[in-house]
Ligand binder design. Structure first.
Ligand SMILES: Cc1ncc(COP(=O)(O)O)c(C=O)c1O
Length: 389
């Protein structure tokens, strides 16, 4: 039998990160590869209590739900977003199966074959997979440590007429970058001037090491709520297994996204949404997030102190998020070196697949949130022996 797949499947690709994770499931490999939160900090007991409350609420809780999500949860979420200055009513919030699904649904309703998306370079690999799966072309905008270069962005908006601009302005994946306020404002200004939508992906905004640091979202700056689609998730602040994210934005786009979601999966798990509702209602998530900020900063500092001692490595210390993005000596190809690293019992993600254009083969991404301090020390000494060999 010859399986005649749709043309668009030719653009499908497997994520380098997932492939690596599959390889290192076996054996004694310490992985800094996945974007995994620290299991030591999962609010397991509180989640168990929350699920017990769901089951105690009667059989109707196990019934089908509405596509946009469980209303009381959307109410709580819109209140949380208001504290971050994002103007939002509950009916403008749509619950998704992780923010990954929000990226997918938004792309599905916006992108036709050959449409253009502008992104940072490097950027979140799984977003690139989504854009390409809808047969879009992705072009990168030049950027520095503060965010996208406004002049290059304007030139590319005029040249390519993109359907949207995809950004992760808070502690980006993979490079941990935190955009300056000025660059956020300039991006929004250009989006408004040329009427281009922005997809703001914000999974890491709450994982900041200086809780007083202001990182206003583009959605909060977009007072008219006309140009920014904002998505975030509970994967990093509660647990990824909940697969609970959300998206909010201009109502015509949200209506279209709801239709796409209905066609895709009717709605995200109402069981999990109800558990999340009880968790948010009865557990102090903000106290939990403050604990994560403190503990993750300790792990980042430990990894940073190790990296500083290794010759030829360059990196910018992240102010939050989950990753340190490292540039090794020019002659090191971190994709080739990975096999060697795995044989030494340590894994990272090579940086090349995160680039839209001009991949830098000497880059790699390290996750500092998942490993306990003891494992982190051991893994970093294994990595040191590979890099200095
Ligand atoms: C930048 C970015 N966006 C979206 C996601 C997807 O998160 P989830 O689907 O678990 O909410 C991730 C996960 O690592 C990410 O790094």
């Amino acid at each position: 039998m010859e399986y005649l797949f749709a043309d668009r499947t030719q653009r499908f690709s497997s994520s380098a990160v997932r492939d690596i994770l599959a390889v290192i499931q076996q054996g004694d490999v310490i992985s800094f590869a996945g974007g995994l939160p620290g299991e030591d900090f999962f609010p397991t007991q509180q989640l168990q209590i929350a699920y017990e409350k769901v089951f105690a609420s009667g059989k109707s809780t196990l019934q089908y739900g509405v596509t946009e999500g469980y209303w009381p949860l959307r109410e709580l979420l819109s209140e949380r977003m208001k504290t971050k200055n994002i103007k939002c009513t509950p009916d403008a919030v749509l619950m998704t199966t992780g923010s990954q699904q929000a990226i997918d649904l938004f792309s599905r309703v916006m992108l036709s074959r050959g449409d253009i998306v502008l992104t940072d370079n490097p950027t979140y690999l799984a977003a690139l997979q989504v854009f390409r799966s809808y047969e879009a072309e992705v072009y990168s905008v030049q950027s520095d440590a503060l965010g996208m270069d406004p002049a290059d962005l304007e030139m590319k908006i005029m040249r390519y007429h993109p359907k949207f601009i995809y950004v992760v302005p808070n502690f980006s994946n993979p490079d941990g970058k935190l955009w300056s306020l000025e660059r956020r404002e300039l991006l929004l200004e250009l989006a408004q001037k040329y009427d281009v939508l922005i997809l703001e992906d914000d999974p890491y905004g709450e994982i900041r090491f200086d809780p007083s640091a202001a990182c206003p979202s583009l959605a909060s700056l977009d007072q008219a709520r006309s140009h920014v689609l904002y998505t975030s998730t509970f994967s990093k602040t509660v647990v990824p297994a909940l697969r609970s994210g959300w998206i909010t934005g201009p109502s015509p786009v949200m209506r279209m996204i709801a239709q796409a979601k209905q066609a895709s999966d009717l709605h995200s798990s109402s069981l999990d949404q109800r558990a999340l509702y009880f968790l948010l209602r009865d557990f102090n998530l903000d106290t939990h997030i403050r604990m994560l900020q403190t503990e993750y900063k300790k792990r980042m500092t430990m990894m940073r102190d190790f990296l500083i001692r290794l010759p030829g490595l360059r990196f910018v210390e992240p102010q939050g998020g989950m990753f340190i993005w490292v540039k090794a000596m020019d002659e090191l190809d971190m994709t080739l070196l990975l096999t060697e690293a795995i044989s030494h019992g340590v894994a990272y993600v090579p940086g090349a697949p995160f680039f839209v254009e001009n991949p830098q083969n000497n880059t790699f991404r390290l996750n500092f949130t998942h490993s306990s301090p003891e494992i982190l020390q051991l893994g970093m000494s294994r990595l040191a022996s590979v890099i200095t060999a």
